[in-house]
Design a protein around this ligand. Structure first.
Ligand SMILES: Nc1ncnc2c1ncn2[C@@H]1O[C@H](COP(=O)(O)OP(=O)(O)OP(=O)(O)O)[C@@H](O)[C@H]1O
Ligand SMILES: [Mg+2]
Length: 421
């Protein structure tokens, strides 16, 4: 107890009181376990009348005891392990668990109310009681902060793994759709090739029969040769078409995580790609202008950029422009935000209808079916942008006024799998 004070003197605060309060708290925790637990239990039952019906008093006593022991270990022995395992337990994600974070927080209040009740029974001085309550409040603050950290870490881990699972599921669904699409697309040329080959087979059998019977005429040999050439052309053309589809499919199926990333100076690299695409358009009336920020460097697989740009230029030449009137393409590279780049490719060609815009990235969407279009180009571009560059692609287009494709991507490499939250 503090010595009586001279009314002229300022009250004694700080270390001596702290020490006295701490000694008292330790003795309360060692001697009054039952009284503190009982008072804490009474308090929580009074405060939460619905508890009375739901949980037998014994169980509530047990919970308050657990909390008491955790805090006693912490205060008396400086041993946080029991408290931490309780935090671990209450923050473990279990939908059906009746122990929630509030259990731990309310449990602390039971403990504190229990200590207060016992202090009241001992008629301690207000100053000393305040000092003890202050110490307990600090403890509460530290414990709840710790619990929030632990809980937030666990939630983040759950979010990250959910996100990774969702991405995986999305990829599998997209791949499933693609496989069905490819099977459907390949079916037609393969079917035609098989029909042509079996017609050829029948003709060869008939020809052989005529030859063996010595009845082969010049005219039937000529007919055979004509039919055989037609059948061979059909077979060959359709097998080529099927083979092209398989090649496109292989391009999509490339596992982006095995590509080679390196530091690339974007401006020079894009100029190189554009000049390699020159033969596609230089002899015609069209031109490609560049507006490039040469200061940008990115960590990526440069082949991906080349693949993207090749598809965009080819599309503009094939779909946007009429052969005779000159078309202008513009490639723009600029900084986007603090650590990103924006690559925009525009043409002033025919533009896209609303439906075409909506379906542009769908696999097998093409307006040139039967004329060399597989409808995989923009789908591949979309996969490359999202999966390899970890960026986004948007389309902006009005019929008759041209099309702009805008690609934004981070300059620094991202971890494959889960994007940062
Ligand atoms: N710049 C553009 N201007 C007008 N239409 C376009 C443009 N780019 C794409 N399209 C339209 O979008 C469709 C889909 O393009 P995508 O590149 O995916 O397939 P494709 O060019 O038809 O075939 P592939 O690229 O597989 O040979 C095209 O058929 C065309 O109708
Ligand atoms: Mg294309």
């Amino acid at each position: 107890m503090t010595a009586p004070q001279d009314p002229e003197e300022p009250p004694v605060t700080g270390a001596p009181l702290r020490e006295e309060a701490r000694a008292l708290l330790l003795s309360l925790l060692q001697e009054e376990r039952e009284a503190i637990v009982n008072a804490g239990t009474d308090w929580i039952i009074r405060r939460s009348p619905d508890l009375q019906g739901r949980r037998p008093r014994d169980e509530t006593v047990m919970l308050v005891q657990r909390e008491f022991d955790a805090y006693r270990d912490l205060i008396v022995d400086g041993d946080p392990s029991r408290r931490d395992s309780f935090i671990e337990f209450t923050t473990t994600f279990r939908a059906s668990s009746e122990f929630r974070i509030s259990t731990l927080l309310r449990g602390f209040l039971c403990f504190k109310r229990g200590v207060e009740a016992v202090m009241q029974a001992r008629s301690l001085s207000a100053e000393l009681s305040l000092e003890i309550v202050g110490t307990l409040d600090e403890l509460y603050f530290e414990t709840s902060s710790r619990m929030v950290d632990v809980y937030a870490d666990k939630l983040l881990a759950v979010l990250e793994s959910t996100q990774a699972q969702l991405m995986q599921r999305e990829k599998m669904a997209a791949l499933g759709g693609l496989v069905a699409g490819v099977a459907h697309e390949i079916n037609t040329p393969m079917g035609v090739a098989v029909t042509a080959a079996s017609l050829l087979h029948d003709s060869v059998v008939a020809l052989g029969r005529d030859f063996d019977g010595g009845q082969l005429r010049k005219s039937s040999l000529a007919t055979f040769l004509r039919d055989a050439r037609e059948a061979a052309d059909l077979t060959l053309g359709n097998l080529r078409r099927a083979s092209e589809l398989v090649t496109s499919f292989k391009k999509i199926a490339v596992d982006q995580s095995h590509t080679t990333r390196r530091k690339v100076s974007l401006g020079p690299y894009l100029r190189e790609v554009v000049s390699s695409l020159g033969p596609l358009y230089k002899r015609g009336p069209h031109r490609l202008d560049l507006v490039i920020d040469d200061s940008l460097t990115a960590e990526l697989d440069p082949g991906v950029l080349s693949q993207i740009l090749t598809n965009l230029v080819q599309n503009a030449l094939v779909h946007a422009f009429a052969d005779d009137s000159p078309g202008v393409m513009l490639l723009l590279l600029q900084r986007h935000g603090d650590d990103g780049a924006e690559l925009a490719f525009s043409d002033d060609g025919r533009g896209l209808s609303e439906v075409e815009k909506r379906r542009l990235f769908e696999p097998f969407f093409t307006t040139r079916r039967g004329a060399g279009g597989s409808g995989l180009g923009m789908h591949i571009v979309h996969s490359l942008v999202t999966q390899s560059l970890h960026g986004r692609i948007t389309v902006d287009s009005t019929l008759g006024e041209g099309t702009t494709l805008r690609i934004c991507f981070p300059l620094r490499a991202q971890i494959t799998g889960a994007a940062p939250i």
